[in-house]
Design a protein around this ligand. Structure first.
Ligand SMILES: [Zn+2]
Length: 218
């Protein structure tokens, strides 16, 4: 090999190594910038059933991030409700159920079964309405998980069913009212106003309790 060829080859190899190093470094810094350990921490303590799609998991992570950034006290509420499992079972949605909560298994883990994939409630028609609806549902079901875990409000009669459901519905309204105090833009304001008004009204209606607790004798 001639000296010039050796030098050229050497330069080529050096360029390749530098390129590889630069690529590695940028990949490494991308990982550091885009997946802060906080995202992982937010999902810690939540068992994601295989019925959740990758999009569901992303939706959940985004939702928990929104709570952490905008409503830290409600992010803490979720944190304090762990551990729990999330399941999607569209057969429940077909029966008109938004979600069901159960607690607890032998490890103290609650279970929330959602009747639809995340962000696909039939009761919401914009992304903002879906997001508000999902946050409300998550907090509602977590209230049930916490009540059951603490041995409060088990549903054994119409009266105890109403007590248990009221606890979930009150928390659902609380989180939406907290969201409504934020400056999240017109889409959210409109969706939250509508949901808060109709849910607060429903809370006073007999039909609501018949819907939730009609299976029990009055
Ligand atoms: Zn409920």
């Amino acid at each position: 090999m001639q000296a010039t060829k050796i030098i050229k080859t050497g330069i080529k190899i050096a360029v390749v190594i530098i390129t590889l190093l630069a690529g590695f470094q940028s990949a490494h810094s991308n990982v550091a910038a885009s997946s802060p350990e906080t995202t992982t921490n937010l999902l810690d303590g939540i068992t994601l059933d295989s019925s959740l799609s990758p999009e569901d998991v992303t939706y959940l992570a985004t939702t928990l991030q929104l709570l952490r950034d905008q409503l830290p006290e409600w992010a803490q509420y979720v944190q304090d409700s762990k551990p729990f499992t999330l399941i999607v079972d569209t057969r429940e949605g077909d029966k008109g159920r938004e979600a069901i909560a159960n607690c607890c298994d032998t490890q103290g883990r609650g279970t929330i079964t959602l009747g639809h994939h995340l962000g696909y409630s039939v009761d919401a028609n914009t992304p903002e309405a879906q997001q508000a609806m999902f946050i409300g549902t998550l907090i509602h079901e977590l209230a049930h998980v916490r009540d059951q875990r603490a041995g409060r409000a088990s549903k054994t009669s119409f009266k105890s069913c109403v007590t248990a459901e009221k606890s979930g519905l009150d928390k659902q309204l609380d989180v939406k009212r907290a969201m409504a105090t934020l400056n999240l833009g017109y889409g959210y304001r409109q969706a939250l106003d509508q949901q808060i008004t109709s849910e607060a009204k429903a809370l006073q209606s007999r039909e609501l309790w018949d819907f939730y607790c009609g299976a029990f004798d009055k």
